[in-house]
Design a protein around this ligand. Sequence first.
Ligand code: AP5
Ligand code: MG
Ligand code: ZN
Length: 216
Amino acid sequence: MSEPRVLLLGAPGAGKGTQSKRLAEEFGIEHVTTGDALRSNKDMDIGHMDTEYDTPRAYMEAGDLVPDAVVNEIVKTALQSADGYVLDGYPRNLDQAEYLSEITDLDAVVFLDVSQGELVDRLTGRRVCDDCGANYHVEFNPPETEGVCDDCGGELIQRDDDTEDTVRDRLEVYEENTEPVVDHYREAGVLVEVDGEGTPDEVFEAISDVVDDAAN
Ligand code: AP5
Ligand code: MG
Ligand code: ZN
């Protein structure tokens, strides 16, 4: 069959980015992530789209969702050039889920289950490479040299939205907008739930098994 089309769902900090990167390498598919796309274009002018603010930055720094019109367009463009993919950070509300169903089919929908307390610890301790975007954690996944990326030697920084206050806002936005999306796929009978609290290797094994099954 053609390359697998995988949707990875989970709360902020569940490990979507960490696992998507590995899945993309392992299965030779695209990593499509609205979060990274928006971070690279925080100051793009979205005023013509009839939005409350003129750039994604204002929404992101508050932990709010960027308007659907903006993210729908990003995903549509990215999926057009992808055969297989792992989708990370989208859909985040029911309208986005509806839009997604109009533009593609999915082979596997995986939900990474992680408890609230663990999410806060993961997010406030996360560090990301300013050059290549690799993810680290000061305690759970430290780089060999503090502050330096193992992969490319770039500087490790803290994301603007990984402060404790914004993390709490993001988790609230998730509960309100994105948990209904998880329920939607669960009710449709397509959701596979994976324990996201194992080691990164254990979690990767579990997701890979699901993707292998879907591809066969
Ligand atoms: P986005 O970038 O998507 O952020 P998020 O959903 O909040 O998710 P994170 O990236 O914080 O978490 P993750 O699940 O990727 O975890 P990670 O692997 O890094 O979105 C940011 C913002 O953009 C949104 O707030 C919104 O404003 C906007 N946006 C994006 N998409 C949008 C959309 N569709 N609609 C509207 N707006 C949108 O892991 C976290 C940490 O834990 C790391 O430090 C990692 O090293 C560590 N870790 C990972 N796995 C493990 C493990 N198994 N054990 C221990 N530690 C682990
Ligand atoms: Mg991420
Ligand atoms: Zn790097």
